[in-house]
Design a binder for this molecule. Structure first.
Ligand code: ZN
Length: 81
């Protein structure tokens, strides 16, 4: 059997570097599929791996109210209410 030299041979097992196996994968906490360890987001279920990376789902209205209240109190305190 003659060895065919073609584009396919470039991706033969001989060229498969063992370093590719070093890509550590973790199980997605949402769908349990194997995803890259460094991935911020799961490519399968498109959910963020860690909560810190996830954008806030909705506006934290209570923070806005709290900040507004603090500013209001500060303002009243400064003007000498
Ligand atoms: Zn997932």
């Amino acid at each position: 059997m003659a060895r065919r030299v073609g584009v396919e041979d470039a991706w033969d097992d001989d060229d498969f570097s063992p370093e590719d196996d070093d890509d550590s994968t973790i199980a997605c906490p949402h769908c349990r599929r194997q995803i890259h360890e460094e991935a911020e987001r799961c490519p399968y279920c498109e959910k963020y791996i860690s909560e810190e990376d996830a954008p806030p789902a909705r506006k934290p209205w209570w923070i806005l109210i709290g900040v507004g209240l603090c500013l209001y109190v500060l303002y009243r305190w400064i003007v000498g209410w």
